[in-house]
Design a protein around this ligand. Structure first.
Ligand code: 4NP
Length: 144
């Protein structure tokens, strides 16, 4: 799960996807990272921690990191929140196989950045949850 700062959106996507994966008994590894380096080593934004907590998820132990080249080898899917993330991650892709791994979390829509608008954390949480549930359903259908 990738966004710009790795403190607002992608930590939510990381926590929500981990929760769904556990709920469904899957053995998928989930992680998150940012394309920007301002918050490396920090926990998620307090507002993301709070909105997750209000839905029963604890994301407070997550630690911000930068997206790295090896993520293309380490993960089968790379979900980005918006088109700037998409452009930045595709710019790091070295092969067609790398490029194929990168998708918008919401497929055709973007998850807006709530960093400068605290009222957006709740709608953003809901959008991310819907996106994660859709992805899991699709992956399970593809496996069936
Ligand atoms: P995120 O939000 O990409 O959802 O984590 C942001 C967090 C921090 C900044 C920008 C976006 N920033 O400029 O520090």
């Amino acid at each position: 799960m990738v966004c710009l700062g790795n403190i607002c959106r992608s930590p939510l996507a990381h926590g929500i996807m981990e929760h769904i994966v556990k709920e469904k008994g899957l053995d998928w590894e989930v992680d998150s990272a940012g394309t920007g380096d301002w918050h490396i080593g920090e926990p998620p934004d307090k507002r993301s921690i709070a909105i997750a907590k209000s839905y029963g998820l604890d994301i407070s132990k997550q630690c911000c990191r930068l997206f790295r080249q090896s993520d293309f080898q380490d993960f089968d899917r790379i979900y980005v929140m918006d088109r700037a993330n998409l452009r930045d991650i595709l710019a790091l892709a070295e092969t067609e196989a790398d490029r194929q791994k990168v998708k918008l979390l919401l497929d055709t829509e973007v998850v807006p950045d709530p960093y400068y608008d605290s009222s957006q954390f709740d709608p953003v949480y809901k959008m991310i949850e819907q996106g994660c549930r859709r992805i899991v359903e699709q992956e399970l259908n593809n496996q069936a």
